[in-house]
Design a protein around this ligand. Structure first.
Ligand code: GSH
Length: 203
C-alpha cells in the first residue's frame, strides 16, 4: 500500500501514471499548493523539500520525495518500465535525468513567469520560453523513428509526457513538431495515462 502526496501538476501526474500502470493499491493525499499545504507542519515532518510528489511505501516504512527517485524506486521494486541491466537501462536513466534537470526546471520557470507572475520582466519570459522551446526541439529530434523515448515504454516517458501535455499553457507551438505531436497522441491514448488524469482531477 502506498500513499501519494499529490497536486494536479506535471510532477504529480508522473507518479500517478506509474501507480496506475503498476495497478497497485494506493491512496492520494491531495495538497493545495496555492493555499500553502506544502508548508504545513505535518508535511514538513515527512520531507525537507516542501514539494510534491512524495511517496510513502507503508510496507517498507519508506518516505520518498523527488519524482525521479520515486519513479526509479517503483520501477526497481516492481521490475517494470526500467531494464535491470544493460545500455537500455542507462538510456532510460539518461532521459529521466534530462527531464528532471532540464525540461522540468526550465518549463517550470517558464510556466511561472508566463502564467503566475503578471509583473514578470520580458527578459525572463523570453529566456525561459527559448530554453523550453529548445528542449522541445531536442526531444523532437530524439523521437525520430521511435514510438517512445528509449524504444520501449519506460519511466522516462512517464516523466516527460506530463510536461509536453501542457504545451499550450507553456505557449510552445508544436504545429511544426510532428514527432512530439504523434508521441503526445500515443501516450494520451494509454489506459494508465487516461486513468491517472481522471483520478488526478477527482483527487
Ligand atoms: N525536483 C522535484 C520538483 C517538485 C516540484 O517542483 N513540485 C512542485 C509542484 S510541480 C511543488 O510542490 N511546488 C510547491 C512549491 O514550490 O511551493 C521533483 O521532481 O519531484
Amino acid at each position: 500500500m502506498y500513499t501519494l502526496y499529490f497536486a494536479p501538476t506535471a510532477n504529480g501526474h508522473k507518479i500517478l501514471i506509474m501507480l496506475e500502470a503498476l495497478d497497485v493499491a494506493y491512496r492520494i493525499q491531495r495538497l493545495d499548493l496555492a493555499l500553502g499545504d506544502q508548508h504545513r507542519a505535518d508535511f514538513a515532518r515527512l520531507t525537507p523539500h516542501a514539494k510534491i510528489p512524495l511517496l510513502v511505501d507503508h510496507a517498507q516504512a519508506l518516505v520518498l520525495p523527488e519524482s525521479g527517485a520515486i519513479l526509479q524506486y517503483l520501477a526497481e521494486t516492481h521490475s517494470r518500465f526500467l531494464p535491470a541491466v544493460g545500455t537500455q537501462r542507462y538510456a532510460v536513466l539518461h532521459w529521466l535525468a534530462w527531464q528532471i534537470s532540464s525540461l522540468g526546471p526550465m518549463a517550470g520557470q517558464h510556466y511561472h513567469f508566463l502564467q503566475l507572475d503578471a509583473q514578470a520582466h520580458h527578459y525572463a519570459r523570453d529566456r525561459y520560453l527559448k530554453q523550453t522551446a529548445a528542449l522541445f526541439d531536442t526531444l523532437e529530434n530524439a523521437l525520430q523513428d521511435q514510438d517512445f523515448i528509449c524504444h520501449d515504454y519506460s519511466i522516462a516517458d512517464m516523466a516527460i509526457y506530463p510536461w509536453l501535455r501542457i504545451h499550450a499553457q507553456l505557449n510552445v507551438d508544436i504545429d511544426d513538431l510532428p514527432n512530439i505531436t504523434a508521441y503526445l497522441q500515443r501516450l494520451a491514448a494509454r489506459e494508465e495515462v487516461i486513468s491517472a488524469y481522471a483520478k488526478g482531477a477527482q483527487a
